[in-house]
Design a protein around this ligand. Structure first.
Ligand SMILES: [Zn+2]
Ligand SMILES: [Zn+2]
Length: 324
């Protein structure tokens, strides 16, 4: 069972925004913040972490909608993004008047990535978001940006004439029931199976457990019924020029991902336009996906210059290059 449920918010030739719902939890992550009018208030209120690649209008225009849905809630919204993201978020917040806020309100924490350094800053409702409070700086290692017990988030530098980042979300290895072993086990499956899985995944120290009326050691049940398998990995790459360095960075970021969401702003024949505007073509996205050995590539952020009816052909260009 996967922990992440990713969905692109908008059609493939509209603004980039990827909603990643966290299964069995009432929270989601958002990658890029293009137009969000297709999301309900409820969807936006569940978002806790936002990962911004860069702040071109079509990747950041949903910021105001997100704040509007969350203002009034006693929660913290985390934003991750490249150099200058703190200044840009602060300037956006200063653009409105917040004199009617109560203290128990939305807090904004900003995590700005510059080279291998992470600076953390915060905006508080208590001073009507007037000050950008500097919290701490830390060095990043192995490109790991954020970690929780069940997953971690990595980033990679892309080249788009401005600071721009790609992101990957990787679940830790997870315990799975081995069906064949379960069939041979002397008890029929029951709620006890989920209890054991929970103990293994939360790494709780339990020596023995009762299955129906019989006591077993945890190490015996673990060996006898479970196996560890890699978790799901989702990578997100947009926007970037295709060159030796971005190819290497993209391959490293998306390595063995289950799904790679990759910008495909231009058709293969428009390679010169892609180079001029620091974007990828369908063929280049397929090439990245193939060399990163991903299981599936989803092209998105097609230029609005292409009609929707042309998108199946563009998707075929990606697939042909991916499977070549
Ligand atoms: Zn851009
Ligand atoms: Zn873009």
């Amino acid at each position: 069972m996967s922990y992440f449920e990713p969905t692109l918010v908008n059609p493939l030739n509209e603004d980039p925004a990827l909603l990643i719902k966290i299964k069995n939890e009432k929270r989601s992550f958002l990658v890029d913040c293009g137009s969000l009018y297709r999301l309900s208030y409820r969807d936006m209120q569940k978002i806790t972490h936002v990962f911004i690649t860069h702040t071109h209008l079509d990747h950041f225009i949903g910021f105001d909608s997100l704040i509007r849905a969350n203002i009034g809630l006693d929660k913290t919204l985390h934003f991750f993004g490249p150099k200058f993201i703190a200044r840009q978020i602060h300037c956006k917040m200063l653009g409105y008047t917040w004199n009617l806020l109560c203290r128990e309100n939305l807090k904004i924490k900003i995590h700005e990535i510059d080279m291998e350094e992470l600076s953390e800053m915060a905006l508080f409702p208590s001073d009507c978001f007037q000050q950008c409070h500097i919290l701490e700086k830390q060095s990043l290692s192995n490109n790991i940006l954020y970690r929780e017990a069940n997953f971690f988030v990595t980033y990679s530098r892309l080249q788009h004439k401005i600071p721009c980042l790609g992101y990957a979300f990787t679940e830790e290895e997870r315990w799975h029931v081995d069906k064949k072993k379960l069939e041979a086990f002397e008890h029929a499956p029951g709620t006890w199976l989920n209890e054991i899985k929970e103990i293994l995944e939360t790494r709780t120290r339990v020596i023995s457990i009762k299955v129906e009326d019989k006591e077993y050691s945890m190490s015996y049940l673990q060996k006898c019924l479970f196996e560890k398998k890699p978790g799901q990995k989702i990578a997100y790459i947009t926007d970037t020029i295709f060159n030796e360095e971005t190819l290497a960075n993209s391959i490293e970021l998306a390595q063995s991902a289950d799904i790679l969401y990759c910008e495909t702003h231009y058709a293969a024949e428009d390679i010169a336009k892609a180079k001029d505007s620091y974007h990828l073509t369908t063929q280049q996205a397929g090439f990245i996906a193939k060399n990163a050995h991903v299981k599936k590539v989803v092209g998105f952020h097609f230029s609005p210059r292409y009609r929707l009816s042309r998108i199946p052909n563009l998707q075929k260009e990606i697939e042909d290059s991916f499977k070549k």
